[in-house]
Design a protein around this ligand. Structure first.
Ligand code: FDA
Length: 569
């Protein structure tokens, strides 16, 4: 039987991959295949339910990767969740639609990319089908500026059908105001500081979660030039045998549901969109990576690309519980975004200076911890950019989500947004069934814990500030017996390390940066050293964004699709 042949093969039918598949297959003369390890989940109520966050965890649609023991954080491993389904992680995530600080996207320019917030904004809008809130929703806190939203894209973005009422939003607004944190009526504008009631990737008219498959695939299944291979696990790329100095990928080998090996041929391009904890592994399995990693495992080096799998960054989340005097119904998310000055007050300038003075030591420590792959000077450059983002551009660094209490209990979750620690991910075997070594190095660098502690103290202050303090009547986790009111950093640090989890915002494992800075792809997503392999997913973000990832990933994928089209026009 002859091997099926396509112009484009996309590996991973997830958040980013389905955008590419959709846009490329708009042209009926172009043929596109998607290889997706999971199944379709159109009728899976763990996915579709608007209030079902968490139900899919640990089920067959959660990869639930396990990290290495985290030596700087109590030596425990962490569960790293990611969606295994058509639609990828957008089928199991928290649905928060929140972009980035404009200065964060602008900073990508400093690492060699021709991208700015202004050039990405049209793509955020292109992807979006923004459903304006109803009058009732506006009264419950839904707020926006129309110039920042698109209404003709595929991705439904709106506020939940049944929002939390009973003045909970205004109670929070008064609380944050008392802490000098202003109301932000449009946090998706590139300026995030303040309190807001955020929109979600949610289809209000159907009362269902919106995921990448619902937005970008199901309405287009009749396209004869778009084939999706479900339950198909990509093993590696294949290369053409010509002698050119840049490698040309001509196909993908995968195993089907029965475990049988199959392959597809690509005439134009192969796009890796398997997620930040998979795409770098597929590169390595295909011979693109650090020779020291590949040769050890008997994999022939096709492209010497030392930084594949390096630069891994994530954030750390903590939940705290309260007794509540009042119960609420309805869905909705309430966030306070604080910057450095908000959390460190008068001490910010001195703190900024001390962190700046630590950057060399951070670079040294990172080089050591990641096996001498990245060099000190390069890391120092990256850390200086990050320091500028935090202390000069004053991007928000603390996210505090206050959930409306129910069943006499309230929940506040929070995380630090701009950790410096960097780890890595690498294959441990040429056999794809052997799990990779995933090491985020949580809390390796002391800024990260200081940021987490400052966030924790601020969250506790939110709970004890009126009028919210009339509703949240007592902290039960950690509780003042475990972490007293004036607890030292050491006490806070011990507790935070004992309870933290991954925030699931893993990025940068095939970073979009100049080659000199340790990049794996250029600003057109093309893998250095290859003629036709791109990575389009969370692997490419060079720095963390303070928003949640999907909005930015949809925008980036829209932009990448235009670039792919242009390069074959
Ligand atoms: P994504 O994971 O979407 O897609 C990768 C696809 O490739 C998957 O479908 C996978 O099955 C497939 N694949 C992997 N290996 C393969 C192989 N070898 N062969 C074939 N297919 C393969 N973001 C946000 O904006 N708001 C939020 O509220 C949240 N909340 C949240 C909660 C949880 C629990 C998680 C895990 C994550 C979030 N996030 C989030 C983050 C966000 O959802 C996530 O970063 C993106 O969806 C990732 O999109 P990608 O395109 O990078 O990969």
């Amino acid at each position: 039987k002859s091997t099926p042949r396509y112009d484009y093969i996309i590996v991973g039918g997830g958040t980013s991959g389905l955008v590419i598949a959709n846009r490329l297959s708009e042209d009926p003369t172009v043929s596109v295949a998607v290889i997706e390890a999971g199944d379709q989940v159109f009728n899976n109520t763990n996915v579709t339910s608007a209030s079902g966050y968490g139900r899919a965890f640990g089920t067959e649609i959660d990869w639930a990767y396990e990290s290495e023991a985290q030596v700087y954080a109590g030596n425990k491993t962490q569960i790293l969740r990611a969606g295994k389904a058509l639609g990828g992680t957008s089928t199991i995530n928290g649905m928060t639609y929140m972009r980035a600080e404009s200065s964060q996207i602008d900073s990508w320019k400093k690492v060699g990319n021709n991208i700015t917030w202004d050039s990405l904004l049209p793509y955020y809008k292109k992807s979006e089908y923004f459903e304006y809130p109803t009058e009732a929703q506006v009264l419950m806190g839904a707020s926006y500026l129309p110039e920042f939203h698109g209404t003709e894209g595929p991705l439904a973005v709106s506020w939940p059908t049944e929002m939390v009422g009973a003045n909970f939003s205004s109670t929070l607004n008064a609380t944050f105001k008392a802490m000098d944190l202003p109301w932000n009526g449009e946090a998706n504008s590139g300026y995030m500081r303040g309190y807001n009631v955020f929109p979600k990737t949610f289809d209000r008219s159907l009362d269902l979660r919106e995921d990448a498959a619902r937005a970008y695939y199901y309405p287009f299944t009749t396209r004869p030039n778009l084939d999706v291979y479900l339950n198909s696990f990509a093993q590696r790329l294949t290369w053409s045998n010509d002698n050119s100095s840049v490698a040309f990928a001509n196909g993908v080998v995968f195993t089907d549901k029965s475990g049988a090996e199959q392959s597809l041929l690509a005439t134009k391009e192969v796009v890796l969109s398997a997620g930040s904890l998979r795409s770098p592994l597929l590169l390595e399995l295909s011979g693109v990576g650090n020779p020291a990693v590949l040769e050890n495992l008997g994999i022939e080096v096709k492209v010497d690309s030392p930084f594949v799998g390096e630069n891994l960054q994530d954030q750390t989340t903590v939940d705290t519980d309260y007794n509540a005097s009042q119960n609420f119904t309805g869905a909705g998310g309430f966030i306070g975004y604080f910057n450095a000055t908000d959390v460190w007050g008068n001490g910010t300038a001195a703190f900024s200076k001390s962190i700046k003075a630590s950057l060399e030591q951070y670079a040294n420590k990172t080089v050591q911890a990641t096996g001498d792959i990245t060099d000190r000077e390069t890391l120092l450059k990256l850390f200086k950019i990050q320091h500028e983002l935090i202390f000069e551009d004053e991007v928000v660094i603390s996210e505090i989500i206050v959930n409306a209490p129910s069943a006499s209990a309230g929940l506040i979750e929070y995380w630090g947004l701009m950790p410096f620690s960097r780890g890595n991910i690498h294959i441990k075997s040429a056999n794809t069934s052997v799990p990779a070594a995933i090491n985020p190095n949580y809390f390796m660098l002391d800024y990260d814990m200081k940021q987490q502690i400052a966030t924790a103290r601020t969250a506790r202050k939110v709970a004890s500030t009126a009028p919210l303090s009339n509703i949240l009547t007592g902290e039960t986790l950690p509780g003042l017996d475990v972490v007293p009111q004036n607890a030292s950093d050491a006490v806070w640090g011990d507790w935070l390390k004992s309870v933290y989890r991954s925030n699931y915002h893993y990025i940068s494992t095939a970073a979009m940066m100049s080659k000199e800075l340790g990049g794996v792809v250029d600003d057109k997503h093309l893998v250095y050293g290859t003629a036709n392999v791109r990575v389009v997913d969370a692997s490419v973000l060079p720095f963390q964004v303070s928003g949640h990832l999907t909005s930015t990933l949809y925008a980036l994928a829209e932009r990448a699709a235009d670039m792919i089209k242009a390069s074959h026009a």
